[in-house]
Design a protein around this ligand. Structure first.
Ligand code: ADQ
Length: 515
């Protein structure tokens, strides 16, 4: 059975390039390499006219990429995907810009992708489609007679029907989800919301985790995405010894001062401006802390062509400048905002050096930074994670300090609590968090999803528990620092039923572009 992955953006690796550690792209590439496969999507290039996909072989993986025209990029990518679906799915109706032209462009690109993909498919392929750019792709494939198993993973939140229903043509778009055999979401809340949309808008009926719309039956389950915990742990440990990473320079420039770190794409969903304000509030409420701790916010710009992102760029500069002017001293700058991407080695070093990881999105599908921060800590003297309750990660990571990012005072007090937390308490929380993320790492995620999609694993309605309960872990895998004491019931598909997907190597520089 060949695996076919479809995602908005596809980067063809150089011939000599080894798999880099960490990201989703790497985990997917390894899954493809393991069983042989095809990766299809947008090349990232824009051309005046599009032609047949460019097909490139790398080992047993075939990459097939197609360009977009400028009109397609505007309507499908910048318009409907990033100005309508992205804010809508993040519960930001005020920022949602709908245009019929963009929607038509979105559907047309999905149709074009379906036509191009069909020419490359084999009868026994299983097809795994990723993210909100491509929701109607399976429906387009089915219309053209494709009967293969097709799965979809939605990386961002799915909002309740009252929010999703504000989108013109919401029910048409929602109904296309029924063309999939398996729909994966990050949390049980997202599962409930998607099911609610399909019931309210398409008359779906639900039986456990199965959803029926007309004659089609779809399995809808939560698969919380993870990171390559072991690789990240090693990178962070190595960063301490390295004489060249930015960590050394950070050490020199900070001296004995404590560090709070935030790492995000510059995106309004990540709550960066609110976080800066909360740090300012913390320094105002606790003047004894001035000069003793600094915030490093790493935030490379993304989607700068979208006006809301350009505005956020300006706003974050303005807020950081205002707070630094009001609270700084001649020898201490409270907030440093660095708008560039770093290598994973450097990020791991920053996480390791920081006493507090501040991960406070207003809404987030999962948030991998929360997991990276924990993976990078020194087990003997770990830092504290402050985590938004609106990140999918909060469903698994209850031992973090969970905050409401809309409440500046609460976040400010959590920073204070984190900085003052005794070591025994920090170690206790860290150990639980680490065990959770190690047991549900990126290899677990890929295996679990593909086992259900391919029909090798039983469909399990309770694959992941609901909000605010800590996740039930599957039996430990080699990445786990401390294997669970007792065998626990599956937080997903039992590990023994899943084929191994090893992850190794070192890491891509910079964030993966949101595909
Ligand atoms: P994103 O919105 O991109 O992903 P996130 O999960 O935080 O958000 O992943 C960002 C990645 O980019 C992390 O691996 C991080 O290390 C990296 N990164 C961020 N800033 C960086 C910098 N300055 N330099 C280098 N790397 C940087 C979407 C959803 C999330 C979901 C993921 C995966 O929005 O909710 O967790 O997909 O499903």
């Amino acid at each position: 059975m060949r695996l076919v992955i479809v995602s908005n953006r596809v980067t063809i690796p150089e011939r000599s390039e080894k798999a880099a550690a960490g990201g989703l792209a790497v985990a997917l590439r390894e899954a493809l390499e393991k069983q042989g496969g095809l990766w299809f999507g947008w090349s990232g290039n824009v051309r005046e006219a599009t032609s047949a996909p460019n097909v490139v072989e790398r080992g047993n993986v075939t990459y097939a990429v197609t360009d977009l025209t400028e009109a397609e990029r505007q309507s499908y990518y910048l318009g409907f995907s990033n100005r309508a679906l992205w804010p809508l799915m993040h519960y930001r109706l005020g920022l949602t810009e709908f245009s019929r032209t963009d929607y038509a462009g979105y559907l047309a690109v999905n149709r074009r992708f379906a036509k191009a993909l069909i020419g490359l498919l084999r009868p026994d392929d299983i097809i795994w489609i990723h993210d909100y750019h491509l929701i109607p792709l399976a429906a387009e494939l089915r219309r053209r007679g494709v009967g293969n198993r097709i799965g979809y993973f939605h990386h961002i939140p799915w909002p309740p029907a009252e929010v999703f229903g504000a989108l013109p043509f919401a029910s048409t778009l929602a109904s296309t989800v029924a063309a999939y055999d398996l729909v994966g979401l990050q949390t049980q809340t997202d599962v409930t919301n998607l099911m609610g949309c399909l019931v309210a808008m398409c008359g779906a009926s639900i039986n456990g985790s199965r959803l029926r719309v007309g004659r089609r039956q779809t399995q809808v389950q939560a698969f919380p995405i993870g990171i390559d915990v072991e690789a990240f742990r090693k990178l962070a440990a190595a960063s301490v010894r390295s004489a060249t990473t930015p960590l050394k320079a950070t050490r020199q420039s900070l001296g004995e001062r404590k560090l709070v770190v935030g790492v995000d794409r510059l995106d309004y969903s990540k709550g960066i401006v609110q976080r800066l304000e909360a740090f300012g509030q913390f320094l105002r409420s606790h003047p004894d802390q001035r000069g003793r701790v600094g915030l490093l916010q790493i935030a490379p710009p993304s989607r700068s062509d979208v006006p809301e992102y350009a505005e956020l760029d300006r706003q974050s500069d303005e807020v950081a400048g205002r707070l630094n002017a009001a609270l700084g001293e001649f020898d201490w700058t409270p907030i440093r905002v660095v708008k560039k991407a770093y290598s994973r080695n450097a990020l791991a070093g920053f996480y390791r050096r920081a006493q507090v990881g501040l991960v406070t999105p207003m809404r987030d599908g999962m948030n991998l930074v929360a997991k990276e921060y924990v993976a990078a800590q020194d087990p003997a003297d770990p830092g504290v994670l402050v985590l938004s309750r609106f990140a999918g990660a909060a469903h698994q990571m209850g031992e973090a300090l969970i905050v409401n990012p809309f409440d500046t005072h609460e976040v400010a007090e959590a920073i204070r609590t984190a900085l003052a937390m005794p070591k025994s308490e920090r170690v206790r929380r860290f150990e639980k968090l680490y065990d959770t993320i190690a047991a549900t790492d990126i290899g677990w995620w890929t295996r679990s999803y593909l086992a259900v999609l391919s029909g090798a694993a039983p469909l399990e309605p309770e694959i992941v528990p609901g909000p605010d309960k800590s996740v039930k872990l599957p039996q430990g895998r080699s990445g786990s620092r401390k294997p669970p004491q007792k065998p626990r019931s599956a937080g997903g598909v039992p590990a023994r039923k899943l084929g191994p997907v090893g992850l190794r190597g070192s890491a891509p520089a910079g964030p993966q572009p949101r595909s």
